[in-house]
Ligand binder design. Sequence first.
Ligand code: CTP
Length: 395
Amino acid sequence: MPGTRIILGVSGSIAAYKSLYLLRLLQKSGAEVKVVMTPSATKFVGALSFRTLSGFPVFIDLWEDGENLKSAHVQLAEWADLLLIAPATADTLARMATGRCENALDAVYLSSRKKVIVAPAMDHEMYHHAAVQQNLQQLQSQGVIVLPTDTGELASGIQGQGRMQEPEQIWATVQEFLQPGLWTGKNVLVTAGPTFERLDPVRYIGNFSSGKMGYSIAEAAAQKGANVTLISGPVALPFPSNVKGIQVESAQQMLVEVLTHFPNQEITIMAAAVADFRPAEVANQKIKKANTNPILELVQNPDILKTIGELKQPNQKVVGFALETQQEEDYAKQKLASKNLDLIVMNSLNDPGVGFGTNQHKVTLFFKDGRVSATPYVSKKEIAQLILQACDTLL
Ligand code: CTP
């Protein structure tokens, strides 16, 4: 890890003594390490030990009135390539999951847009408490890498799960994580959600897309180190913290944003359920009830995917989706060819449980070179991982 800058965050667990050794391992691999401690961590291990080993002042007091400490949390967050919190206590994890900022470590975490790895450490019952598990899930959805805990003898004397991983194991994971992978630094564009096509100031035509698939793909690609731009129609999901989110409403707005960003992308994944039609006219005032049945005139929306399929350069890969209710394979293959795609992800509404808003899902992948593969029924997050694995072969 020569030249890698790591912030080692230490929170108040007895496992903090192992962090001294972890610090040493990171340094021996060439990393520069600065330490941030929570006040309770200093009750287990003295800051002087970390200061002596790291060769840098240890940041503990957010309110310290010293030189250069005015925005030390911001400077530190910018300085680092990685924030590694080991041990991460239940309390620190809870504050991270809810965005609270009570100490220097919280402030560094909230100021950082870099990769974050946490190594939880706590007692068995605490670790398995629903609130702790919920916080861990929340952190994962924010893009934080949560390391598993070990099972064995705990500080309380009981046998159970919750021990912080051994420093060698954490060090190996950090090394693996920092290796440049296939997706590291790649520009990836993802679209997600429905588009809403306005009828009048209070109504629109839309569809039931929840955005879950596209958001999961964007989040997973960012976790693999890609620079992800996510263009989303109206959904109830927050943008993942590690992607550049762009909000749009209509198909025409989505086209403008996609065309703006497409030229720099190595891979574009169009998971959005773009409305095929929009009202020919948008009324300026609310359309009032009439005695006759209103007739809506619709016009075709641009086909965004087809447009970028035509613009695609040899170094660019484009992935589309197909939602079919009949002759699924034929229609999906037709779209693959007519939109000049490298891969199409087919959802069949005839597969039980598949559809908008569901969590369990199943897709079939058709590649340009004729390969076909089907996923099992798994969560949309797992489908996202499988789609990215399929894209590995395109990259
Ligand atoms: N798509 C698009 N622009 C549109 C319609 C669809 O970019 N106006 C994209 C979707 O994001 C998806 C793919 O095209 O990746 C296929 O969408 P789908 O609705 O299955 O097919 P359509 O092309 O709309 O064809 P049809 O409605 O006839 O099935």
